[in-house]
Design a protein around this ligand. Structure first.
Ligand code: NAD
Length: 304
């Protein structure tokens, strides 16, 4: 039997993900409280309910793609009484591990199955159904969710029990946030040493400096024509979202007693960048702040 899906949160990611589920033959009813998001989903051919409760009432799978853990907990509290007993709740948002586990407990107490299934791959991956899903769930919930996740992505990794998907997402983005800063510092230093961006790219992309921040999301225009640097850092993965994810890593580190020396410094640098540039441009635009020398906190001597 094909699942009926309620898709809550039809924003940049959720809109195209819900559309891909509908394309794959699932009966999808969406909901978003923001009229523009609901309207865009309707225009893309999706059924959109007037309330979240209406959307979940006829569904056997409820997928959420919301901004933060606060939204997920509020949404679960709102819809759980209206969902069919034994539904599968799949949260694809990027949220705190503790909040993910709290949401799973709420749903389990109401008689439902749960997965945390955050994604990597961004808006382009959401549109093209090429996302990677990192799943925290028991075996039965993972098995039940897998066909739906395959309809929205290319890779589905079972990371462990509830919360493990969020743990994987937070650790991955900790690597990403730090590696983008490293790549950006290298390009700025290389330029000051008279090295062309192409020359540094040609060496580092086939040497031990190779990483995704360099070869896919290169922060300087030229070497990787599809990277956001070639379009004034528009689109891509917003600096504000990177900052949010580094905050989640910091909270998780505090809760577990881990010292994240580089992670904490990276969060400070992205905080300064977002204050100066706003949250909207791709996080690789952080190179412009490094180049301008405006991100590092000034010492009291420099400030005076
Ligand atoms: P977005 O702000 O575009 O969309 C979120 C949507 O959720 C909004 O339209 C909002 O109105 C809606 N919403 C809020 N409360 C709701 C509720 N109770 N019921 C239904 N809808 C509700 O954000 P996005 O870019 O789609 O990101 C969503 C999640 O995916 C975030 O947790 C983000 O960190 C994560 N993520 C984003 C990207 C990316 O590149 N944008 C990549 C990976 C992961």
């Amino acid at each position: 039997m094909t699942s009926s899906v309620a898709f809550l949160g039809l924003g940049n990611m959720g809109g195209p993900m819900a559309a891909n589920l509908a394309k794959a033959g699932y009966r999808v009813v969406g909901f978003d409280p923001v009229p523009a998001a609901a309207e865009a989903a309707r225009a893309a051919g999706l059924d959109v309910a007037a309330t979240a409760a209406d959307a979940v009432a006829t569904a056997d799978v409820v997928i959420t793609m919301l901004p933060s853990g606060r939204h997920v907990l509020a949404c679960y509290t709102d819809v759980l009484p209206h969902a069919r007993t034994g539904s599968l709740f799949v949260d694809c948002s990027t949220i705190d591990v503790a909040e993910a586990r709290a949401a799973a407990v709420l749903a389990a107490e109401a008689g439902h199955h749960t997965c945390d299934a955050p994604v990597s791959g961004g808006v382009v991956g959401a549109q093209a159904a090429t996302l990677t899903f990192m799943v925290g769930a028991d075996d039965d919930a993972f098995t039940a969710a897998t066909p739906l996740l395959n309809a929205m992505g290319r890779r589905v990794v079972h990371c462990g029990v509830s919360g493990a998907g969020q743990a994987a997402k937070i650790c991955n983005n900790l690597i990403l946030g730090i590696s983008m800063l490293a790549v950006s510092e290298a390009f700025v230093l290389g330029e000051r040493l008279g090295l062309s961006a192409d020359a540094l790219f040609d060496v580092a992309s086939v040497s031990s400096g190779q990483c995704w921040a360099l070869t896919t999301n290169c922060p300087v225009p030229g070497p990787v024509p599809t990277s956001p640097a070639n379009r004034d850092y528009q689109g891509g993965f917003a600096a504000g979202l990177m900052l949010k994810d580094l905050g989640l890593a910091r909270d998780a580190a505090q809760a577990t007693g881990v010292e994240l020396a580089l992670g904490a410094h990276a969060a400070d640098l992205y905080t300064a960048f977002v204050e100066q540039d706003g949250p909207g441009r791709d996080f690789s635009a952080v190179i412009t702040g490094i180049s301008a020398g405006t991100l590092a906190p000034r010492t009291s001597e420099e400030a005076s």
